[in-house]
Ligand binder design. Sequence first.
Ligand code: GTP
Ligand code: MG
Length: 196
Amino acid sequence: LNFRNAKFITSAAKISQLTSDDGAEVAFAGRSNAGKSSSMNALCGQTNLARTSKTPGRTQLINLFDVGHNCRLVDLPGYGFAKVPIEMKEKWQRSLTEYLEERQSLCAVVILMDVRHPLKEVDQMLLEWAVASNLPVLALLTKCDKLKSGARKAQMLKVREAVMVFGGDIRVELFSSLKKLGIEHLSGFIEQQCYA
Ligand code: GTP
Ligand code: MG
């Protein structure tokens, strides 16, 4: 796959507005501000492919990026962010759920969690759902530059242990967009899933 030449395709509020549902899509999901958009930029070696922000709730639509061979990356709105009006929140959560449940080309999920605050209730719900839907998961512990190497390794082992209760195919790796750490795990996972 050609991550370096990834191209923005479209933004949509509902799945009916998305491009045709063939080929393979890997969705990037996680709580608001977890670092989804940043990880996509780091993977693709582009600074402004997906919009990032210090303010949680930046990504409000489903954004699709083409990486060739009929494979797409999907930047999803973050879940569980409280500081937006309730109607708006419900609207995104609806489009998020709709995407996850109805998109046929969805073949794998990358779940991003801040290494300092992993496995919140919403993350656990998403993991449970992915396993029940037979979707392979890569759980990335993001912003790992915020912890010293011993502490982040310990955190990774703790999370690996904790996700065993879900069963299914869940891999856990450390990631930092800032320090470009763990990118090979992300690219390897996506290639494996898209060509599967
Ligand atoms: P929403 O679109 O709001 O759901 O957020 P998001 O998950 O797409 O997060 P985004 O990539 O916009 O990043 C949120 C904030 O975290 C930004 O201020 C980033 O600069 C910061 N951030 C992202 N990745 C890293 C990282 O690897 N290290 C550090 N230190 N900060 C990061
Ligand atoms: Mg985002």
